[in-house]
Design a protein around this ligand. Structure first.
Ligand code: DGY
Length: 325
C-alpha cells in the first residue's frame, strides 16, 4: 500500500504526478489561500508525510496531532515555520530545499537594492500618476550603487551569490557571520567585520541570515543608530530579524535613508503596517525565489525529499539527522 501524504498547496501537475506514483496524495485545493490550521490538523492525523510551505506553522501542538507522521518536507530553504526539535523528539524527519533557489534569490536581492537606491518604485508611480512635467536635475535622484560599500549579514549560499553581483558593480564588500570564513574572504575578495563595525561602514546593509531565536531582532534601534544616515537596509531573509517598529522609527526620523523589504514579521503584511506609509520603503510580497523555473525546482526537490524519506532512504536535504536515532 502506498503511504498517504498531504500536500498543503497546488504544485505543478507533472511534479504532483511524480509524487502520486509513489504515494496516495491528498491536496489542499486552494491556490491563494493557505490551509486553515484546523483543517490541516485533521488532514494530517493519519498521514505518513506532509509537503508544506513556509505559510504552515508546524509547532509542537500541530506536530503532536500527526500520530503516523514520518517526514515534513518544506518547500523552502528556511524552516523556521517548523519546530524542528519537536519533530526530532517524535522521530519525524524535516527537509528543506537549499541550493536550487540561491541564484534567483540573489538576483531579487540585488534588484531590490537597486530599486531602493534609485527610487524606482517611487519613480514609476510618479510617472503613472501623470506628474512628470519635465526633466529636472534633482528629480527622483537616488544613491549610487557602484563604488559603494555593501555589508552582508550572513554569508551563506545566497550571501555568497550576492557578492558576485556586487563585484560586478565594483562594490567594496564586507560581511559579518557567526563563523569567520577566511578562505572565502580570499576567494571572493571580501573583508570580515564585527556586526557593529559593518553597520557603521556600509552604504548598503543586506540581511541574509536564517531566522532563529539568536537572530530575532538582530537589527533593532541601537543597531540602526549605528548605520550611516545615507545607508539603505535590505531584507530578503526573514522579517523577524529586523525589529519593524524600530525600523519605522529609524526611517521616519532620518536615522537611515531607506529600506527594501521582501519579508515581514507577519505575512501577508497588513496594509496598515506603518512601514507601508513611508515613501522611502520599497515593499515586495516575499518573492525572493519566485521565478517559474526556481519554484518548479523547489517543488521537485521537496517531492524528492518526501519520496526518499518515505521509501526508507536518507532524504537529500534532511535537516535533523538526530530524528533517525
Ligand atoms: C525560503 O526558501 O526560505 C524563501 O524564503 C522562499 O523561497
Amino acid at each position: 500500500m502506498k503511504p498517504r501524504v498531504y500536500v498543503t498547496r497546488i504544485i505543478p501537475e507533472d511534479i504532483l504526478d511524480l509524487l502520486r506514483s509513489e504515494c496516495e496524495v491528498k491536496i489542499w485545493p486552494e491556490e491563494n489561500i493557505p490551509v486553515p490550521r484546523e483543517v490541516l490538523k485533521k488532514e494530517i492525523t493519519d498521514v505518513k508525510g506532509v509537503f508544506c510551505l513556509l505559510t504552515e506553522n508546524f509547532d509542537a501542538d500541530l506536530i503532536s496531532s500527526a500520530k503516523e507522521l514520518k517526514i515534513i518536507s518544506n518547500m523552502a530553504v528556511g524552516y523556521n515555520n517548523i519546530d524542528v526539535s519537536a519533530a526530532t523528539n517524535r522521530g519525524i524527519m524535516v527537509t528543506n530545499t537549499p541550493g536550487v533557489l540561491t541564484e534567483t534569490t540573489a538576483d531579487l536581492t540585488f534588484a531590490l537594492l537597486m530599486m531602493t537606491a534609485r527610487r524606482m518604485g517611487e519613480a514609476e508611480q510618479y510617472l503613472r500618476r501623470g506628474e512628470w512635467r519635465t526633466w529636472s536635475p534633482l528629480l527622483l535622484a537616488g544613491q549610487d550603487i557602484h563604488n559603494s560599500t555593501l555589508g552582508i549579514i550572513g554569508l551563506g549560499r545566497i550571501g555568497e551569490s550576492l557578492v558576485k553581483r556586487a563585484k560586478g558593480f565594483d562594490m567594496n564588500v564586507m560581511y559579518y557571520s557567526r563563523t569567520r570564513r577566511e578562505e572565502k574572504e580570499r576567494d571572493l575578495g571580501i573583508q570580515y567585520r564585527e556586526l557593529n563595525e559593518l553597520l557603521k561602514e556600509s552604504d548598503f546593509v543586506c540581511v541574509m541570515t536564517p531566522y532563529s531565536e539568536e537572530t530575532k531582532n538582530l537589527i533593532d534601534l541601537p543597531e540602526l543608530k549605528l548605520m550611516k544616515r545615507k545607508a539603505i537596509l535590505i531584507n530578503t531573509a526573514r522579517g523577524g530579524i529586523v525589529n519593524e517598529m524600530a525600523l519605522y522609527e529609524a526611517l521616519k526620523n532620518g536615522l537611515i535613508l531607506a529600506a527594501g523589504l521582501d519579508v515581514f514579521e507577519h505575512e501577508p503584511v497588513s496594509i496598515n503596517n506603518p512601514l507601508l506609509s513611508l515613501p522611502n520603503v520599497v515593499v515586495l510580497p516575499h518573492i525572493g525565489s519566485a521565478s517559474v523555473n526556481t519554484r518548479r525546482r523547489m517543488a521537485l526537490t521537496a517531492v524528492n525529499n518526501l519520496i526518499q524519506g518515505l521509501s526508507g532512504k536518507l532524504p537529500d536535504n534532511l535537516v535533523n539527522k538526530e530524528a533517525l536515532k
